[in-house]
Design a protein around this ligand. Structure first.
Ligand SMILES: Nc1nc2c(c(=O)[nH]1)N(C=O)[C@@H](CNc1ccc(C(=O)N[C@@H](CCC(=O)O)C(=O)O)cc1)CN2
Ligand SMILES: Nc1nc2c(ncn2[C@@H]2O[C@H](COP(=O)(O)OP(=O)(O)OP(=O)(O)O)[C@@H](O)[C@H]2O)c(=O)[nH]1
Ligand SMILES: [Mg+2]
Length: 438
């Protein structure tokens, strides 16, 4: 699909789309039209085309929009694009369509930001969560809270200006009550939004273990795909291999690493260094042990090094005779899962434990999770601070002027979340993250 947006969109379409009876698309009503795309200068046919004509403001960007839907293929789309450029269009910048939708007021900034998350979502849960923001559920809560704040603010200001109309203590009581309600609501938004980063980037999960214990086999099993090379030669994996796996709706960014051991092989040595680096940035680890061999010093070392992290310990090759023991005392409160990748046993339990442990710590992933981003979280946290100060000041019987300043600041903070008074720099930064055509 090639999309054109702006006041010239209709005229550009008229130069490159032949409709029945030489009709002009720009003079038609909103809808779907069939025609032949032609080169605007040579007039040679390019393709059959289904064109969507969406005159502003009822379009994605709120401007006049034409979409040319063609058969597809790189060459054809390229020709249609060239034809559009020749007919007077210019290439869009990354995210420019969505930026225009924002600048023209059809969506707010938090909705625009969610579009990119929607496109990049790696699991169904992540896309559902982003869609809620795109559709404006989150913006709606922010707007409602701003309304509440402005009424509260008005009450406080009136009391300051006409003290005889109201007693100060009534205003203070209202600040305390409403302030606390708002605090609860915003803290709930922050809590739900915490999963945003996880939904967006995945949980960085590192598979570690000695050579040949079955790390790459595990990677492949989790991905349900033959991604990493598996052989019975210790030291097979040399470089860190990275891939997303969707486990119970949670995106795990899984890193298969080179088996850790002392080695003279230069390439393998570099691989082992990378494994250790990966461990330093791990958010979750799977330590793989070979249950067919006694616990080695390297195994013990790995268990110690990964102690503080959310972790599952896997005793692989459980189809073979069990020779390992002494793991439990070193496991702490990590789960220990017996696995046989060969016999296909234990994988479900491992995945269950991964989801359980990755979502531990009060963070819940459900349909109510919003994908707030770092920018929004920082702003919301600032609003919490403002409101807490306002409530404290009211409780301490401070003068209303001080309270009014805090309320004003909270109001402004909520406004920034939905992009009020967003500067050019911020907008550029946000929209440059988009891909072309969005
Ligand atoms: N073909 C096509 N599919 C697409 C998009 C698009 O631009 N083109 N979108 C984006 O890339 C998304 C849809 N987003 C859109 C949002 C609003 C409007 C729109 O025309 N809104 C009008 C009319 C609403 C109505 O009829 O109720 C409006 O808001 O006034 C169109 C697409 C996903 N699918
Ligand atoms: N019997 C048995 N063999 C297994 C099991 N899982 C993996 N293997 C075998 O163990 C060998 C090593 O597997 P890999 O997955 O390559 O091991 P790795 O830990 O990635 O090894 P390096 O990359 O060298 O560190 C292969 O021959 C696998 O087929 C299992 O559950 N049981
Ligand atoms: Mg390997």
């Amino acid at each position: 699909m090639v999309r054109v947006s702006g006041p010239e969109a209709g005229r550009i379409a008229d130069r490159m789309l032949k409709l029945k009876g030489n009709a002009h698309l720009s003079e038609q009503k909103r809808g779907m039209w069939y025609g032949t795309l032609i080169h605007p200068e040579t007039k040679s046919d390019l393709d059959e085309c289904v064109a969507l004509w969406m005159p502003g403001p009822h379009s994605y960007t709120a401007e006049d929009v034409v979409e040319f839907q063609v058969h597809g293929g790189l060459q054809l789309v390229q020709s249609v694009l060239s034809a559009a450029l020749m007919a007077g269009a210019r290439l869009a910048e990354p995210g420019e369509f969505t930026k225009r939708a924002f600048l023209n007021g059809r969506i707010d900034l938090s909705q625009a930001e969610a579009v990119i998350d929607l496109i990049r979502a790696k699991t169904e849960l992540a896309s559902r969560s982003a869609l809620q923001l795109v559709k404006g559920d989150f913006s709606e809560s922010i707007r409602r809270m701003r309304q509440t704040l402005i009424r509260l603010q008005a009450h406080v200001e009136v009391t300051i200006d006409y003290p005889e109309h109201d007693v100060e203590s009534v205003a203070c009581a209202r600040v305390i009550e409403t302030g606390q309600e708002l605090l609860t609501e915003i803290q709930e938004l922050i809590r739900r939004g915490k999963m945003g980063r996880v939904l967006r980037e995945g949980i960085r999960t590192v598979i570690l273990g000695r050579p040949n214990v079955g790390k790459s086999s595990l990677m492949n099993a989790l991905l349900r795909q033959d991604r990493a090379i598996v052989t019975d030669i210790p030291g097979t994996t040399r470089d860190v291999i990275e891939e997303y796996a969707n486990i119970g709706g949670i995106p795990f960014r899984i890193l298969d690493t080179a088996g850790i051991r002392d080695t003279e092989d230069i390439v393998e040595k570099l691989g082992v260094e990378r494994s250790r680096e990966a461990l330093r940035e791990a958010e979750f680890v799977i330590v793989v042990l070979n249950s067919n061999e006694p616990l080695s010093l390297e195994d013990e070392e790995l268990l110690l090094q990964t102690e503080g992290l959310p972790r599952v310990i896997v005793l692989n090759k459980s189809d073979l005779e069990r020779r390992i023991d002494g793991v439990e005392p070193l496991a702490g409160d990590s789960a220990v899962v017996e696995l046989s990748l060969k016999a296909g046993r234990g994988l479900e339990e491992l995945e269950h434990e991964m989801v359980l442990r990755a979502t531990a710590g009060g963070v819940q992933m459900d349909d109510a999770s919003y994908m707030t981003n770092a920018r929004q979280n920082t702003l919301l946290q600032g609003v919490v601070d403002d409101l807490e100060l306002a409530v404290e000041a009211a409780a301490a019987g401070a003068t209303l002027d001080i309270i009014a300043v805090q309320l004003q600041s909270a109001y402004a903070g909520l406004g920034q979340v939905i992009g009020e008074e967003a500067g050019e720099d911020l907008l550029n930064e946000i929209f440059s993250n988009f891909c072309l055509g969005k």
